[in-house]
Design a protein around this ligand. Structure first.
Ligand SMILES: O=C(O)CCC(=O)C(=O)O
Length: 292
């Protein structure tokens, strides 16, 4: 099948790989400067958590001087998974650093190559602090589509980004190439992590081989929302920080039941692209009065 050609930053070969395999790795897509604002947002949240743990009498030292990969892990040493989960297994705070990440032209240019220049940033994004010892860090086999089965949005592209080196030890992403054409499989909610992830049984996974994807910090992994994927537990002494973002064409279901997404690029109506202020106010477009 001929693959429709759009602009953007991907080569023909990369687009072909994505369409054939269902995923694509963009090594070192982001540099330190690109990662600075989102990391600041993550650190803001870690500070809120440290303050909350101290106020609750669960810790006495907020570990303010510990480095980014270690601080959150060490704050929860000796505490329980429930203590951790009260802050959410993944985060979606309206902090400016996340808008800057979602709007980063390096990311949006790559997405444009796959879906064209009218791009909506889907409300479902997750900042994932995978903390050692917290069962919810390991994500069971699933298709992202199981989280929005009724949404008339296709394609939805996940852009998964590592903020520290993701390794086999700290629980990198694993996926099954070429499974993107499968139907949405019957999923269930797992019961052992405390978060009710959507999950598939082993017998539903088919014969396609599993590929583990250890990647350096700053790398992006793009994949389709029907592709089977999972991640393993964090067996290291630090947090495996990642963010997964999602994008789709603007003529698709914006999924307001999941929150407010925003117009991140429009070649046709560039003035309507949501500004930081719009996003902070949950406005999907600039100048629009609609709020979701
Ligand atoms: O980051 C992980 O460990 C899992 C990510 C994932 O399942 C997703 O982005 O859909």
């Amino acid at each position: 099948m001929a693959i429709r050609s759009f602009g953007g930053s991907l080569t023909e070969k990369q687009r072909e790989f994505y369409h054939n395999e269902g995923y694509l790795i963009l090594e070192d897509l982001l540099n330190e400067e690109d990662m600075m604002a989102p990391k600041e947002a993550m650190q803001t949240k870690v500070q809120w958590i440290a303050d909350a743990l101290a106020s609750a009498g669960l810790i006495t030292d907020k570990l303010e001087h510990r480095p980014f990969p270690y601080r959150l892990a060490e704050l929860f040493q000796g505490l329980t998974s429930e203590d951790f989960l009260q802050f959410g297994r993944s985060w979606r705070d309206r902090l400016p650093g996340y808008y800057h990440l979602m709007s980063n032209p390096k990311i949006v240019d790559a997405v444009e190559s796959l879906i064209g220049g009218e791009i909506f940033s889907n409300p479902v994004y997750n900042v994932r602090p995978k903390v050692p010892g917290v069962a919810a860090g390991a994500v069971p086999w699933h298709q992202d589509k199981s989280y929005w089965p009724d949404a008339n949005a296709n394609p939805v592209i996940t852009v998964w980004l590592s903020f520290i080196d993701a390794t086999l030890e700290n629980g990198c992403l694993h996926l099954k190439p070429k499974t993107q054409h499968s139907k949405v499989l019957d999923w269930h909610h797992e019961k052992h992590t405390g978060t009710g992830y959507t999950a598939l049984h082993d017998h539903q996974l088919g014969r396609q081989k599993t590929v583990a994807l250890p990647v350096r910090a700053g790398t992006a992994i793009l994949f389709n929302d029907r592709l089977l994927h999972m991640s393993t537990p964090n067996l290291s002494d630090h947090v495996r920080w990642s963010v997964d973002l999602r994008y789709q064409p603007t003529d698709q279901d914006p999924m307001p039941q999941h929150g407010a997404g925003f117009l991140v690029r429009s070649r046709e109506f560039p003035d309507r692209v949501a500004t930081l202020e719009d996003w902070m106010a949950s406005k999907p477009e600039h100048g629009s009065t609609a709020s979701v």
